[in-house]
Design a protein around this ligand. Structure first.
Ligand code: PBG
Length: 321
């Protein structure tokens, strides 16, 4: 008997018939950066056709993306005023309500909820006088931000700060304000990674001192990462996420098995930039490289993927249906 894996690979129709993973474009989420500080759209080194927009230009970009079947977005909102506490959320509210009023339910709009683009020091939390994390004030600032975004019309909340207990606090705050149908997509297993560089440049959120290792996960530890996601599930997260996605493939299926919740993967800025810059140097073809990386995350069990290339889904042959 000849045992041949080649047999099912020789014909394209047969290969497609046997493909285990495929995509709907709605399973790809496109990040959009909107800043109070930019007048003309600003490029983001490494991220190709991603820019930091003012509100008007963001509307144009989303309109264009819709033509390409890309209609699931994650907003990063960057106000010009930085504070230590009592954050001013006016710009963020304005941006969300303009986007939602313009596109209504033609899009699904998530917002990243974190403090790092609002704090003077660029960390994701509020500090007390001795520079320790003030967990109470951090959580109340985060839940206030989530409720304000909900008031402005956001469809879903994505907390990315990694403070203990944030999912619970945000869920309670949303429920108390009659936003019990707004889902929480928690950045549940998020590592202190070296691959967030292009993002921090865009989001103006590089810490002015130290790093994020005292609140984000240590990439050497698997158990901690599983526990972080399990806890988010217990606290009421609707969807979980690993980040950086390609460097967390080993966690996706175990988290799903432990929690029964769907797990997404965030192909972060540094991971995307690696593929993008290789393509700019003719070392690979961008679309083919992205296509492969997304399928690999799907194969590892990811239900959805946040990627700076989501707007290419139609070009790559995914359908919304
Ligand atoms: C905010 C946040 C970060 C990212 C998403 N939300 C940066 C960080 O935690 O330092 C990174 C996303 C990317 O690199 O694409 N806390």
């Amino acid at each position: 008997m000849s045992d041949k894996l080649l047999r099912l690979k020789k014909n394209v129709i047969l290969r497609n018939m046997c493909a285990e993973t495929s995509f709907l474009s709605d399973q790809l989420i496109q990040p959009i950066f909107i800043s109070e500080k930019v007048s003309d759209k600003k490029s983001i080194p490494g991220l190709g056709d991603n820019f930091v927009f003012n509100i008007q230009d963001a509307l144009k970009q989303i309109e264009n993306d819709l033509k390409n079947d890309c209609r699931n977005f994650l907003l990063f909102l960057i106000p010009s005023e930085k504070k230590e506490l009592d954050f001013n959320l006016n710009f963020q509210s304005e941006a969300i309500s303009q986007v939602k009023n313009f596109f209504k339910d033609d899009i699904f709009l998530w917002a990243d909820v974190c403090l790092c683009s609002m704090t003077t020091h660029g960390h994701c939390c509020v500090f007390d006088k001795s520079q320790n994390i003030d967990i109470k004030k951090s959580l109340s600032s985060l839940s206030k931000t989530a409720v304000t975004y909900a008031d402005a019309g956001i469809d879903g909340i994505a907390p990315s700060d990694m403070m203990d207990g944030r999912t619970n606090k945000i869920r309670l705050a949303l429920d108390e304000n009659n936003y019990d149908l707004i889902p929480i997509m928690s950045y549940s297993s998020k590592f202190a990674s070296n691959f967030y560089g292009p993002f921090r440049d865009a989001a103006d959120s590089t810490p002015s001192f130290g790093d994020r290792k005292h609140y984000q996960l240590d990439y050497r530890n698997k158990n901690d990462a599983l526990r972080a996601s399990t806890r988010c599930a217990e606290e009421g997260a609707d969807l979980l996420m690993v980040k950086p996605g390609l460097y967390s493939l080993d966690l996706i299926q175990p988290i799903n098995n432990l929690t029964g919740l769907m797990v997404g993967a965030y192909q972060v800025s540094g991971e995307y930039a690696g593929i993008n810059l290789a393509s700019e140097n003719n070392l690979l073809e961008l679309n083919k490289g992205l296509f492969e990386s997304w399928h690999v995350m799907k194969r590892a069990g990811a239900q959805f993927i946040i990627t700076y290339g989501a707007r290419k889904s139609k070009e790559l042959g995914f359908s919304v249906k």
